[in-house]
Design a protein around this ligand. Structure first.
Ligand SMILES: Nc1ncnc2c1ncn2[C@@H]1O[C@H](COP(=O)(O)OP(=O)(O)OP(=O)(O)O)[C@@H](O)[C@H]1O
Ligand SMILES: Nc1ccn([C@H]2C[C@H](O)[C@@H](COP(=O)(O)O)O2)c(=O)n1
Length: 228
């Protein structure tokens, strides 16, 4: 860099459920002074709106017709990420079991993806210092020109154990089956499925602590920044 000012850096972090995308992305963004966007929260928010407005989430044409209606706003401070729908804070209700069980069907609808993808691109384009964006299709579809693409993986057993630790008392086998089912739906949909971009760095987190994963990604971002 000739004038010494840091160039904005765009980081895409994708992977299946429970691989550590949110925890890693938030920590990396905080450490490096970047914005942070949880795109899963946006798909959960539109799903929550569909459920709350009586839209049949098994009817793709009803979902498509309503996709433009809710106003979804994401706050991108990694120390306080926020999500609102039509001005209401939905951070808690988007994490219910009902929304989790319906989000794959809603997010498979092309009109929903087009709407949310446009929102994601405009947020990334206005992040002055750069941004860490996490999801399922960020490196492949949303931000194919990202400076760095990471694809996190972990065994289903490790992911289920992590999730069961969060949901106190949850059955590990049931959690594992639910994760596998959601990943299968997200990976096999027609529009923009969960996939590793050809130029993504794959990090298997099964045997790594969260701190090790964060350190690994911070190092990769710093290398990219130095080369810009
Ligand atoms: N390497 C790791 N070792 C142990 N626990 C981890 C690791 N990475 C993340 N975790 C824990 O696993 C749980 C799931 O992590 P996180 O929510 O970041 O995953 P995710 O990929 O964003 O999941 P989802 O896509 O379902 O939102 C959290 O409780 C987190 O603290
Ligand atoms: N870029 C994205 C992000 C998320 N989704 C869908 C698929 C997930 O099952 C769901 C919830 O995501 P999570 O909160 O578990 O990260 O949202 C997607 O299709 N594309």
């Amino acid at each position: 860099m000739e004038n010494g000012a840091a160039q904005p850096v765009i980081v895409a972090i994708d992977g299946p459920s429970g691989t550590g995308k949110s925890s890693t992305s938030k920590a990396v963004a905080s450490q490096l002074g970047l914005s942070y966007l949880d795109t899963g929260a946006q798909y959960r928010a539109i799903t929550w709106w569909m459920v709350n407005n009586g839209i049949d989430t098994d009817d793709p044409s009803a979902i498509a017709a309503a996709a433009g209606k809710p106003d979804i706003v994401s706050g991108t401070d990694p120390s306080n990420p926020t999500i609102t729908v039509d001005g209401a804070d939905v951070a808690a209700p988007i994490r219910t079991q009902e929304v989790t069980s319906k989000v794959s069907a809603v997010s498979a609808v092309a009109e929903v993806r087009a709407r949310i993808t446009e929102l994601q691109r405009s947020i990334a384009a206005t992040a002055e210092q750069g941004i860490v964006v996490e999801g399922r299709d960020i490196g492949t579809t949303v931000l194919p020109d990202a400076d760095l693409k990471i694809f996190l993986t972990a065994s289903p057993e490790a992911r289920a154990a992590r999730r069961s630790g969060e949901l106190k008392g949850a059955d590990v086998n049931a959690t594992r089956e639910a994760l596998i089912k959601r990943d299968a739906a997200d990976s096999t949909r027609k529009t923009s499925p969960l996939a590793k971009a050809d130029d993504a760095v794959e990090v298997d987190t099964t045997e790594l602590t969260l701190a090790q994963v964060i350190e690994c990604v911070v190092t990769l971002v710093e290398e990219k920044r130095a080369a810009k």
